[in-house]
Design a protein around this ligand. Structure first.
Ligand SMILES: [Zn+2]
Length: 130
């Protein structure tokens, strides 16, 4: 009788521990999900565009935002220009009149590469994630 009772108690304890472990794992999964989602959004949800070391946040009245698709021309009075395209939360330089066109050949800024950057050295333009 006594031994049987003890076994029952330890079985109940094991069940309690199992439930606690399952809840703990679920909480861990939920917290991890929100943390990674938040960090992902914080890191990759917007871009910064610099020309001559100055940040540009608007082009012709349009806010530069990865969530707002569009094609924007960044030009200067000398006739230099870069055309950037924002599409499907991605950004690339689709055309420019610089001599090397390295900015165009870069393609989309890659969110999986840390510190990926589109550079147009002749026009002193850079595009990267914030
Ligand atoms: Zn270029």
């Amino acid at each position: 009788m006594l031994i049987g009772k003890r076994e029952k108690i330890s079985e109940e304890k094991n069940k309690k521990l199992e439930v606690i472990a399952i809840i703990g794992l679920m909480l861990f999964a939920i917290i991890s999900y929100f943390v990674t989602t938040f960090i992902f959004k914080k890191d990759r949800n917007n871009i910064s565009v610099f020309v001559n070391g100055e940040q540009i946040t608007q082009i012709a009245g349009h806010r530069i935002d990865l969530n707002i698709p569009g094609t924007y021309t960044i030009g200067d009075p000398n006739g230099d220009y870069n055309i950037i395209e924002i599409r499907d939360h991605k950004v690339r330089c689709i055309d420019a009149n610089c001599p090397d066109k390295i900015c165009v050949s870069h393609g989309y800024l890659n969110p999986k590469i840390d510190n990926d950057i589109i550079v147009c050295a002749p026009h002193k333009l850079t595009i990267q994630y914030q």
